[in-house]
Design a protein around this ligand. Structure first.
Ligand code: NAD
Length: 420
């Protein structure tokens, strides 16, 4: 059985706590979210019937600042998944050194089965129901799987209607016209590209001689693939939920992106008109493709103790949150595979979310170069901090990232003191 996601995250925290001899009280605090809210969200569907969906908002830690984290719409979303994701957000914000704690939200639903009007009603009702605990200085949501700038615009509107004033800084990842930041929608994929190029540099590998496979072709995977192709990497395989496409000479990423954005609702690769040399492969095969870099950018628990020994890539850059289980990680470590962990590799999104929040508070907006330069500066600093810890402590990259994050969170908790 695949190790449950939340158990995997807690096991990694426990291992780090032991390694750094973390105070046992602080360890207990980091293991447990500060606040958990579950809501039953009623909406009237297109035929006028009432349907009730389950939604969550978990605030894991506010030790280092307001809680921050995305909102996911997925049929498998559940309380433990959202708790795991909220915990990773706290660690990620500490790694990037942005002044936030961690949170996450989600609604258990299948967005492909809902009309746009139903999705809008669901989102606005959910926003109203979590409103007692969110706010620009409490907890600031953002997009995640199956949510986007449009979803954030709906949340901003729902909150603003309650407040009787426009509240720009309640969410990040908004449309540009509603106080969004330039570069936010590309930021996570850009961060994945920055992390990949940096690890290649450290390992003295040439991006132009590097082959890549990307699992998941949504916001993170598609932009990551596009930006890496621009750096000269050969993207040999990509996948979505329907299938994977492989081409040993490299896929036409621009054409795949044009295909995705040309349709009103997200189209699937199984209906894509293949180009010369393209072939359809199974999703599992993509993970086991013989490439230099594998970027899992879909969902958690994709690489685990049952398939980790079949991974042929020499480097894994985690675009998704939790794509490798703790047990899977141990197998990869034995095989000498470098893993750039999620809490570093996909932190570009929260970094530019932070820029958006700052810009919204100041009502002063930056140009794209300023956003991208500051993102790169922050990500390279975090990368170098983690690299140095991994060399000094002789631990792998994930262990080093967890050491960096947990020490920062522990220090903040200690400096604040326990209330009352
Ligand atoms: P998305 O909804 O835009 O895209 C998800 C993609 O994964 C889609 O192409 C979907 O078809 C594909 N997919 C789903 N299940 C799959 C499977 N079993 N095999 C192959 N492909 C599959 O989501 P996203 O925003 O790109 O998020 C992807 C991952 O990155 C998630 O783990 C998310 O938490 C993480 N993440 C996202 C952001 C962000 O800013 N959006 C930031 C940090 C981390």
């Amino acid at each position: 059985m695949v190790q449950p996601f939340y158990e995997s995250v807690l096991e990694q925290i426990d291992a780090t706590a032991k390694r750094i001899a973390l105070d046992s009280g602080i360890h207990k605090m980091i293991r447990q979210p500060e606040r958990e809210l579950t809501v039953g969200i009623p909406i009237e569907n297109e035929t006028g019937e009432i349907e009730v969906f389950t939604g969550y908002r978990i605030q894991h830690s506010s030790a280092r600042g307001p809680c921050k984290g995305g909102i996911r719409y997925h049929p498998d979303t559940n309380l433990d998944e959202v708790k795991a994701l909220a915990t990773l957000m706290t660690l990620k914000c500490a790694v990037a050194n942005v002044p936030y704690g961690g949170a996450k939200g989600g609604i258990r639903c299948n967005p492909s089965k809902l009309s746009k009007k139903e999705l809008q009603r669901l989102t606005k009702r959910y926003a109203s129901m979590i409103l007692p605990i969110i706010g620009p200085r409490r907890d600031i949501p953002a997009p995640d799987v199956n949510t986007n700038a449009e979803t954030m615009g709906w949340i901003m509107d729902a909150v603003s209607m309650h407040e009787g004033a426009t509240v720009l800084d309640i969410v990040t990842g908004k449309p540009l016209e509603l106080g969004g930041s330039l570069g936010r929608s590309e930021a996570t994929g850009r961060g994945v590209m920055i992390s990949t190029i940096e690890i290649l540099k450290k390992l003295k590998k040439d991006p132009k001689k590097t082959t890549v496979a990307v699992q998941g072709f949504g916001n993170v995977g598609s932009i990551g693939a596009e930006l890496l192709a621009k750096q000269g990497c050969k993207i040999q395989a990509v996948s979505d939920v329907s299938c994977a496409i492989y081409n040993s000479d490299g896929l036409d990423i621009s054409d795949l992106i044009s295909y995705i954005i040309s349709k009103p609702r997200i189209p699937l690769f199984k209906d894509y008109k293949l180009k010369k040399g393209d072939e359809i492969i199974k999703n599992e095969e993509l993970l086991e493709t013989d490439v230099d870099v594998l970027i899992p950018a879909a969902l958690e628990n994709q690489i685990h103790s049952d398939n980790a020994d079949r991974i042929k890539a020499k480097i894994i850059v985690e675009g998704a949150n939790g794509p490798v289980t703790k047990k899977g990680d141990e197998v990869l470590a034995e095989k000498g595979i470098y893993v750039v962990p999620d809490i570093l590799a996909n932190s570009g999104g929260v970094v530019v979310s932070y820029f958006e929040w700052v810009q919204g508070i100041q009502s002063f907006f930056w140009d794209i170069d300023e956003v991208n330069e500051n993102l790169k500066k922050i990500m390279l600093k975090a990368f170098s901090d983690i690299w140095n810890i991994s060399k000094r402590e002789k631990v792998n990259f994930r262990d080093a990232a967890f050491i960096l994050a947990i020490k920062k969170i522990a220090k903040a908790i200690d400096q604040r003191g326990i209330f009352p």
